[in-house]
Design a protein around this ligand. Sequence first.
Ligand SMILES: *Cc1c(COP(=O)(O)O)cnc(C)c1O
Length: 434
Amino acid sequence: MNEPAYAELVKEYGHARVVDALRDQVAAERAGDEVDESGRVTRVGAALRAAVAPRLRRVINASGVILHTNLGRAPLSRAAVDALEVAGGYSNLELDLDSGRRGERAALLSGLLGRLFGCEAALVVNNNAAAILLALTALCKGKEVIVSRGQQVEIGGAFRMPDVMRLSGARMVEVGTTNRTRQDDYEQAVTSRTGALLRVHTSNFRVEGFTEGASLAEMAAVARAHDLLLIDDLGSGATGPIADEPTVAESLQHSDVVTFSGDKLFGGPQAGIALGRGESGAGAVKKMSRHPLARAVRIDKLTLAALEATLRQRIAGRLDEIPVERMIRAPVEDVRRRAAMWSVKLAERGVGVTLVPGESAVGGGSVPGHGLPTVLLSLSGPASRLAAALRHGEPPVIARIEMDACCLDPRTVLKGEDETLIDAVEAAVRSVVL
Ligand SMILES: *Cc1c(COP(=O)(O)O)cnc(C)c1O
């Protein structure tokens, strides 16, 4: 500790932490990992820096998966990030600036959602899982909810529909089979205890072959005939046509309550958006917002700020400002041009790459089986070692291994990240190949 080099570290990290780090280092040396005095100082410094470095780091997503749950799903738009700045200080979150009285934090978003989707009521909660749990608890507790056997999905992270149903206190009544469920199956299952029909969008898999499902319109007919609610867990919340993904607008034509995630195709922050259509839907959403569980799953000011910004961009039709929209719409020629530009720049630095056709994925449990044509930058060398070197870079780059090659997909790399990516690729290739 008396070495002058440690005095610098003490200034930065405090005496106690430096002593701890030095003890760990000495223990490692006693265990056989010996270094000289200057090596010891270097290692103690590195250990201290690593201990205070933020764990959550920006990464460059070159995987080609647009909504990557492991990478935080939708990247936020510039406007949404700027809005976080406002919410970071004091804000009028629950203050009506005109009257000086307490305001409603939820009212603002409900109004904007109503405007965007033309629905009567809206509620935003922590995530879509919370929205479904809240809907089932507030609207169906103690009642039966009819669900197709083909829609008993697990979303990931052990979120399983039957478990959520149990937790809500609603009783699940399964109808149909894994591959086929008809309108009549729903009709037959209605009893005096039925509270709702639930559709769950099978968002992360596809059943092919001898299949049949009741359409939302057919389910709505059954619900109307028996004065029951139709709840639609839409999952990804497509706002425009993409493959055969059901859109929010289509769902609103038939269901009373629609729920979807804010951070999937909607392209905003993590949130669960519940929309209510017509008198019954509006009543249902009102009931949801008054339920005590709503308070437990309410959104925070950061989510509210980012979602408001995203909503305003959608209402104004400025879809190109929303990264997820931009990535999905990018024509393959644009991707090819960017890949070619990277390839030229890397070649100038002595790093050879090849361009190969491939597919990007929407991901995040959206649009299964639907790939977007893309152009991949394929690095020559040992694929998994290259991918690991990229992950360990500064910033980390997430690549994808395809046909035994480490590949980079420009489609998911954000605007303005090109130069950083090229530097990171050069460094990673050099560390592996040299
Ligand atoms: C993604 C998804 C969910 C879970 O949404 P979160 O916002 O992650 O809680 C629920 N249902 C469906 C159909 C989904 O696709």
